[in-house]
Design a protein around this ligand. Structure first.
Ligand SMILES: NC(=O)c1ccc[n+]([C@@H]2O[C@H](COP(=O)([O-])OP(=O)(O)OC[C@H]3O[C@@H](n4cnc5c(N)ncnc54)[C@H](O)[C@@H]3O)[C@@H](O)[C@H]2O)c1
Ligand SMILES: O=C(O)C[C@H](O)C(=O)O
Length: 328
């Protein structure tokens, strides 16, 4: 049997964890040929719930699931991790300012970044799901100086999938007929879902983008505000779709994106498209199974550029805020 891959999941007792862990056990994260050793990290008061989740994982008798360990200690959780999926985060509570939220999450993602640096396997890759995902990823990466920055990514795959579904519905095709969607910027209301470079049922998406009213009044706000709309409808944030997006993100990262297509992920910027260095910014990306590569040379008109710049400005603001708090 192949050597098991050690996967650490934080926030294992939470809602996304409850979807993600069972699909992981079933082999959907890394493929049906890869045995997995799971390490679950939770805060002390949620360890008992995580133990219950682990009991249910046992009861599935997943052939690929070699072992499940639960801990409240990041050093133990990330020991030997080949993949870390950082889901656990501090949600925004009533009356909490954005800077309070960034500060509270900094206190989580800083120490976790440090523990990944000190304890994880040499080939560790880290996906940050917990919000604010881009800036949490930036904080974690900043505390892991020995881990190459390109091994960290922030999840914008849910936005990507939402954009594919909305575009497919608008055109009247299946989402499998939409290729080359791109999410630019931050996983927030300022994100820019870009249809200009899509190919829809073999036709250039730029033709559809001619319908500026649909783009501006429907498509962009629907995608960018979808998380809030789900919270309003369910009374809880996206759970199954977020777990599904995490699965797709990891699968493409480890097994490669399909030929002729790309996906979207928040990655460490190194000057692509004029984005300042060292921001965890969403770009269109491909993977050869070893790592992400930003898709180069896409041209942007004024409409797109203005929106991309607005989202980058927000990422810069968040970086300044966590810098001012001494978190990076
Ligand atoms: N990037 C995205 O597209 C996306 C989509 C949906 C949700 N999210 C975010 O994902 C996060 C988790 O969502 P959820 O619905 O599972 O929330 P949840 O509140 O149900 O679960 C979060 C879990 O994290 C745990 N946790 C908190 N601090 C921790 C720490 N220091 N170490 C380990 N575990 C810790 C909590 O105890 C809780 O069990 C939230 O921040 C949410 O906003 C991101
Ligand atoms: O949890 C949220 O605030 C929303 C979430 O990031 C989402 O996009 O569904």
């Amino acid at each position: 049997m192949t050597t098991p891959v050690t996967v650490t999941v934080t926030g294992a007792a939470g809602m996304i964890g409850y979807s993600l862990l069972f699909r992981t056990g079933a082999g959907q994260l890394l493929g049906a040929d890869t045995p997995i050793r799971l390490r679950l990290l939770e805060v002390p008061q949620a360890v008992r719930v995580a133990e219950g989740v682990a009991m249910e994982l046992d009861d599935c008798a997943f052939p690929l699931l070699v072992d499940v360990e639960i801990t409240d200690d990041p050093k133990v959780a990330f020991d030997g991790a080949n993949l870390a999926v950082l889901v656990g985060a501090r949600p925004r509570s009533k009356g909490m300012e954005r800077s309070d939220l960034l500060g509270a999450n900094g206190a989580i993602f800083g120490p976790q970044g440090r523990a990944i640096n000190d304890r994880a396997a040499d080939d560790v890759r880290v996906l940050v799901v917990g919000n604010p995902a881009n800036t949490n990823a930036l904080i974690a990466a900043s505390h892991a100086p020995d881990v190459p920055k390109e091994r960290f990514s922030a999840m914008t795959r849910l936005d990507h999938n939402r954009a594919m579904a909305q575009l497919a519905r608008h055109v009247g095709v299946r989402s499998s007929q939409v290729r080359r969607m791109s999410i630019w910027g931050n996983h927030s209301g300022t994100q820019y879902p870009d249809v200009f470079h899509t190919v829809v049922d073999g036709r250039p998406g730029a033709e559809l983008a001619g319908d500026t009213q649909w783009l501006t009044d429907e498509f962009i706000p629907t995608v960018a505000q979808r998380g809030a709309a789900i919270i309003e409808a369910r009374g809880a944030s996206s759970q199954a779709s977020a777990a599904d997006a995490a699965i797709s993100h990891v699968r493409d990262w480890f097994r490669g994106t399909p030929d002729g297509d790309w996906t979207s992920a928040g990655v460490w910027s190194t000057g692509h498209y004029g984005v300042p260095d060292g921001l965890m910014c969403s770009f269109p990306v491909t993977s050869d199974g070893k790592g992400w590569t930003v898709v180069d040379d896409l041209e942007h008109g004024e409409f797109s550029r203005g929106r991309i710049d607005a989202s980058i400005a927000e990422l810069v603001e968040e970086r300044e805020a966590v810098r001012a708090l001494g978190l990076i």
